[in-house]
Design a protein around this ligand. Sequence first.
Ligand code: GLN
Length: 252
Amino acid sequence: MTSHPGESSGFDPVVIGVLALQGDVREHLYALESAGAEAIPVRRERELNAVDALVIPGGESTTMDKLVRAFDLLEPIRRRVKEGMPAYGSCAGMIMLADRVVDAVEGQRTIGGIDMAVRRNAFGRQVDSFEADLAIHGLPEEDRPLRAVFIRAPWVESIGHGVEVIATVAREEAVPGGGSRIVAVRQGPLLATAFHPELTGDLRVHRYFVDLVRAGYDDMHGGESGEDSLWASEGAPRRGSPPGWPELHEEG
Ligand code: GLN
């Protein structure tokens, strides 16, 4: 965590960076500010060092991978993620946070952090883009579905045991024989969605992330040491899938 001016004197906004090399950066900056965070673009390591958390926007994961390496940010971001920095990736950002990618281009790398395999462009050409109303577990006003916009989106093909599934989508045309696909997950302080909540004006996913960052921040700064932090323990606060959810293929 970064030091905050006047952090002992009451409430300070958390500072959340948006990786600003490619993709829909502005929309995330706006959504984060609207959700109560201070949001700054991140293109340099010193900017990364100034944030409590990072959002990785939608765009194109292969391009983002090249740029993140060209800007010498891959290792610094990996390091921060390993140290427990909260991060949220949407669409291409979800791919960037995945430990494994199916249908990656040759040599494509990711930041990693979430123990999952994602399939790029998974929903197929005939449904390149679509919208769906999703129930998202743990979201503010959870009973109200979230309109999710998918654009050449990945899906999550498999997850490790520490990963919590928070949303699935049913797409008959993309999933032979019907059934659902995982499109939002959380592992500890890492959150990823295959869709783009920054495009709809519904701020609940950003509020969820800001709350998650704030919870870790308060915990670290309120507790005696980082040891007791929400994020210090391995993996996610584990929860199984809610009753009635599809059987998930888990690795390992
Ligand atoms: N298909 C893109 C990729 O592989 C993701 C698309 C998006 O972010 N909207 O990175």
